[in-house]
Design a protein around this ligand. Structure first.
Ligand code: D61
Ligand code: MG
Length: 441
């Protein structure tokens, strides 16, 4: 179905798309992203290489925008080396391991990717990235280099792992570790940057690594579940054997009609595993104060829960990549600007999952309990359903939510104003249309 037809069939999303395009004002001017030809090129590379992350990075506070944009491009470059099956491991492994040392050079680039590799331009034009990287505050550069070092070495250790190459990810522990290298470390670096800029509470980085780790793992695991068909076609897989072997002898079996039911049960088991990160995600979001950083962190997470609900109990995943509608994305972007909005989005999709959970699913009880636990956590966040006279329990999450609510309160008037402007514009358009119909005819 065409994108326009899709929108017309979902009026709430059509409204969101129009609001996002014509009414909502960006938080910061984009003027200083064009300061030098190199910087301008970096932002072009960003838009070229990322579908979803470019938009959220562009909206960031100028204090962190360049740092996070360069962080993205550098890790994208690293990932482009990792993903390219045409590079010999004799070349690939040392390149991944020494990638962080390239960041100290004035001039370095790499032209060894296959011509078909979609993001090869980032490596070819790496000198632009280096030039801008060296202008960042030294403490930001240090974070980027440290994470690049850890990710490069983590990726390299998997390239040499015979068992991984032959059978993919084996245990759930391995699954978490692989996701740690490619996504958890991004959460680590971003959290450091946010805390250095004083855009979030200090305990965000010091309290528990699990919290920021989950920000990356929830995104990466959702992608891995969704990408089953695509990855299989490319001859690789990231679904952990410890889980899929409960449902089939070979991972490819799920794509055969007689194993569809087993495949769906496996998907649901993987979704159950991913649900384990949601409480951390909500705790993390409650600790981010600066508005553009909040949106930057929240948007990917709400898109992930929407995707997770879409893949849940969905046999289509076994044959093709499912994707949430463009209009849904617009709606989520506008709504996730407040913590309250994010929580409502999570609640909505969790209830949707619960509704569609078949009673004969092998994990029926576990999934219900997990969702119940998250609902309970959300209750603790707000504690609005207390009997008269009972005071809320002043838990860590409760206090964090209270704090974040003061920032939410600054966004609410903006949302009301957008609604007003939208209704005014709509009234004008309709009046004009009516005038044409009745008088001009
Ligand atoms: C807040 C906001 C964004 C966050 C976050 C917290 C925590 C973690 C992440 C983003 C990272 C999430 C990664 C999920 C998507 N997975 C991939 O892109 C895979 O590659 C992983 C290695 C490169 C990571 C690059 C990255 C991604 C997002 C960033 C960032 C760096 C830096 C700053 C901000 C956001 C996937 O790639 C697919 C592809 O090649 O197209 C793969 O190879 O598995
Ligand atoms: Mg990769």
């Amino acid at each position: 179905m065409g994108k326009v037809t899709q929108l017309l069939l979902h009026p709430v999303e059509l409204k969101a798309a129009l609001k996002l395009k014509f009414i909502r004002k960006p938080l910061y001017s984009l003027e200083d992203t064009k300061e030098t030809p190199e910087l301008k090129r970096c932002y072009q590379l960003l838009t070229k290489t990322s579908r979803s992350f470019a938009a959220v990075i562009m909206e960031l506070h100028p204090e962190l925008r360049n740092a996070i944009m360069l962080f993205y491009l550098i890790l994208r470059a690293l990932d482009t080396v990792e993903d390219d099956m045409t590079i010999d491991s004799q070349v690939k492994v040392p390149l991944l391991r020494e990638f962080d040392s390239k960041l100290d050079l004035e001039d370095w680039s790499f032209d060894g990717n296959a011509p078909t590799e979609k993001d090869r331009c980032v490596l070819v034009e790496f000198p632009c990235i280096l030039k801008e990287l060296h202008k960042l505050k030294p403490e930001y550069q240090k974070v980027i280099k440290e994470i690049t070092h850890k990710m490069g070495n983590g990726m390299a250790s998997y390239i040499l792992d015979e068992n991984f190459n032959l059978n993919g990810v084996s245990t759930i522990k391995d699954y978490n570790l692989y996701c740690h290298y490619v996504a958890g470390l991004v959460g680590d670096g971003l959290t450091q940057l946010i805390v250095l800029a004083n855009f979030g509470s200090q305990d965000l980085y010091t309290e528990s690594a699990q919290t920021f780790e989950s920000m990356g793992l929830f995104l990466q695991k959702t992608n891995i579940i969704r990408d089953y068909a695509e990855d299989l076609e490319d001859g690789r897989s990231f679904w952990p054997q410890e889980i899929w072997s409960l449902y089939a002898n070979k991972l490819v079996d799920f794509s055969k009609p007689e194993h569809t039911q087993a495949g769906v049960h496996c998907i649901n088991h993987l979704v159950l595993n991913a649900l384990g990160h949601i409480e951390d995600v909500l705790l993390f979001l409650s600790s981010v104060h600066e508005q553009s950083s909040f949106q930057f962190c929240a948007i990917p997470q709400v898109m992930a829960i929407a995707t997770l609900a879409m893949v849940f109990n969905n046999p289509v995943v076994l044959h093709e990549n499912v994707k949430i509608r463009k209009g849904t994305t617009c709606y989520l972007i506008l709504k996730s600007r407040t913590l309250r909005g994010c929580v409502e989005i999570f609640q909505y999709y969790l209830r949707d999952i619960k509704k569609r959970l078949p009673v004969d699913d092998p994990n029926y009880l576990k999934i219900n309990i997990k969702i119940g636990k998250i609902e309970q956590y959300i209750e603790e966040m707000y504690q609005e359903q207390l009997p008269a006279g009972v005071a809320p329990k002043e838990t860590t999450i409760y206090k964090k939510v209270q704090q974040r609510s003061t920032y939410d309160a600054k966004v609410a008037p903006k949302q009301t104003d957008e609604e007003y402007q939208f209704n005014m514009a709509l009234t004008m358009v309709l009046t004009l249309a009516a005038a044409i119909v009745f008088y001009v005819k």
